[in-house]
Design a protein around this ligand. Structure first.
Ligand SMILES: Nc1nc2c(ncn2[C@@H]2O[C@H](COP(=O)(O)OP(=O)(O)OP(=O)(O)O)[C@@H](O)[C@H]2O)c(=O)[nH]1
Ligand SMILES: [Mg+2]
Length: 326
């Protein structure tokens, strides 16, 4: 199946995709709203924090680096404030075209936000990758906040020294110490972010948690299961797209997805012996997609070899990334 003959999908969005121009129902008279970008090196815990602040999973997470590939927005209400949190891909020294597109999208997310949170893995501290971000952070003319994450992994004395070191390196308006995984410090952070939002109408309906269509989230969920189950280069050499989303008469949903890989040998790995691996990916993904879609899901996965998918503009469009020329 090619891009041209894909069926029209009828996948519902998590709610309406476009922000409304006038006050939405539920908007308080003293409403505030704004964007907060979460940036940091790969694996700092940005997506874990986004999910924790939103209170539900909107962005995928893995133990591996470079999981998030494009901007993912999660929406939080705190008092009279609506905070649109923007999860970004990890920032690292890019090599491939896809890497460049990811890193570019991370910096663009920061440039467009009202406030930028730099997340630092407290256990790893300031390494070369963090240093590289710090040296470019000055170019982003936005209020900057420092978040030391994974504080469950290190003793408190070390945290204070790390906070001091980072505050010397860049002008942070405030420093937070949290565990995105355990939930420590999340309530305080949410309230502090809310207080920093400018006055203005809410941008999304009150009950909306993400601006991504369900078919996009579904593709991401399957990609997360690939990250969980396959190692070395494979997750980085693959991408997932939702081709079809068909709501049937009984309310169940038939979803077809394609996993693109670059080599026949990779296809064999994704399938696994007797199809074991793809079955396990599919089962895990189906359960989670069903939960997100609040429906029974029939998931069909296809694995296609497309040597140059990472140089194909259509794949970038599907991921929500700009295609870097050259
Ligand atoms: N112990 C501990 N682990 C954490 C914490 N926050 C995140 N992690 C783990 O760190 C790993 C990376 O988390 P992600 O949220 O995917 O990191 P990310 O910054 O979004 O990574 P990229 O998308 O690759 O840039 C996962 O295994 C998380 O469970 C934390 O507060 N404590
Ligand atoms: Mg991430």
């Amino acid at each position: 199946m090619t891009e041209q003959d894909l069926p029209e999908d009828d996948a519902p969005a998590l709610a309406s995709p476009a922000p409304a121009p006038s006050p939405l129902p539920g908007t308080p008279t003293d409403a505030r709203a704004g964007f907060v970008a979460l940036i940091g090196v790969p694996n700092a815990g940005k997506s874990t924090l986004l999910n924790s602040l939103v209170g539900t999973k909107v962005s995928i997470v893995s133990r591996k680096v470079q999981t998030t590939r494009a901007l993912v927005r999660g929406i939080v209400i705190e008092g009279a404030a609506q905070i649109v949190l923007v999860d970004t891909p990890g920032i690292f020294a890019p090599k491939r075209r896809l890497d460049r597109a990811m890193v570019h999208s991370a910096w663009s997310g920061a440039a467009d936000a009202d406030a930028v949170c730099l997340l630092v893995d407290a256990r790893k501290g300031v390494d070369e990758e963090v240093q590289a971000i710090l040296s470019r952070l000055g170019e982003v003319r936005r209020e900057k906040l420092l978040i030391l994450n994974k504080i469950d992994l290190i003793p408190r004395e070390k945290l204070l020294a790390l906070a001091a070191q980072l505050n010397e390196a860049a002008p942070f308006a405030e420093t937070f110490m949290i565990s995105a995984l355990k939930g420590d410090g999340i309530g305080d952070l949410r309230r502090a972010l809310a207080a920093r939002m400018p006055a203005g109408h809410w941008l999304y309906p009150e009950d909306q948690v993400s601006d991504a269509p369900l078919r996009m989230l579904a593709a991401e969920i399957t990609r997360e299961k690939i990250y969980d189950r396959l190692h070395e280069e494979l997750p980085y050499r693959s991408t997932v797209e939702t081709d079809q989303w068909l709501v049937k008469a009984d309310g169940s949903v038939r979803i077809e997805q394609t996993i693109f890989v670059e080599r026949e040998s990779q296809r064999a790995i994704v399938l696994g012996r007797n199809g074991q691996t793809i079955r396990s990916i599919g089962q895990a993904a189906r359960l989670e997609i069903a939960e997100a879609a609040e429906a029974t899901v029939h998931l069909f996965l296809h694995v296609k070899v497309r040597e140059n998918w990472a140089d194909d503009p259509a794949r970038y469009r599907e991921m929500g990334l700009e295609f870097p020329r050259g």
